[in-house]
Design a protein around this ligand. Structure first.
Ligand code: ADP
Length: 205
């Protein structure tokens, strides 16, 4: 079970130096970091993209400006991406190796919550699939849909962590191909939400 597989072991800060000053927390598989995702040296970083994949504001804008114009050129060849799905590109001038562009749902409180959860969850599992298919050993997720797309931080964090935990548990051999999954938050409200839900899905030893 997850409890047996992912006991909490505090890592020393030097164990996985993704970014200067960033201290990975939680266990030997899961990290929580609050930093600018464009600085991370994870094999793959996950962008909160929109269906056009042609760039936008927020983390998408930061990733495109740090990657340089070749990223947009490659994105133009992809013919967009459905909500709940993801596509992978090279990373150009970024320190990571690949960028996974995931399209999270716009949060609309009038719609059924189950649909939001399925779409957001799909972004995480599709991104994990793409990462292992491309030989990535580490992946860092931005807090998909929690910015302009309006998703409440706690609901988004719970869905994100549940999706990753479920994916890791589903296939042990596949999970072993990933050394590290990083939840990269930018705002304190999102970091707090991860701190609340990570121990529920990855319980302390
Ligand atoms: P969405 O449209 O999916 O809501 P946003 O880019 O508006 O996408 O926000 C997604 C998340 O990315 C938010 O939690 C926001 O605080 C965060 N974010 C913004 N800039 C960065 C950055 N440079 N690195 C990491 N996360 C960022």
């Amino acid at each position: 079970t997850l409890t047996l597989l992912y006991k909490l072991n505090k890592l020393s800060p030097s164990a996985f130096p993704l970014a200067p000053g960033a201290t990975p927390k939680y266990n030997d598989k899961i990290s929580l970091i609050r930093t600018d995702i464009t600085k991370l040296k994870a094999d793959a970083i996950v962008n909160a993209a929109n269906e056009s994949l042609l760039g936008g504001g927020g983390v998408d804008g930061a990733i495109h400006s740090a990657a340089g114009p070749h990223l947009k050129r490659e994105c133009r060849t992809l013919d967009g991406c459905d909500t709940g799905d993801a596509k992978i590109t090279d990373a150009y001038e970024l320190p990571c190796k690949k960028v996974i562009h995931a399209v999270g749902p716009v949060y609309r409180p009038t719609k059924r919550q189950g649909m939001h959860t399925t779409l957001l969850s799909g972004c995480y599992t599709r991104s994990l699939d793409l990462a292992v298919e491309s030989g990535c050993r580490s992946i860092a997720f931005s807090a998909l849909s929690t910015g302009v797309y309006g998703y409440p931080s706690e609901e988004a964090a719970e869905t994100a962590i549940a999706a990753v935990a479920g994916w890791l548990e589903e296939d042990e051999a596949r999970a072993a191909r990933l050394e590290r999954v990083v939840f990269c938050s930018f705002l304190q409200k999102d970091e707090r939400a991860y701190e609340k839900f990570i121990p529920m899905f990855f319980p302390p030893a």
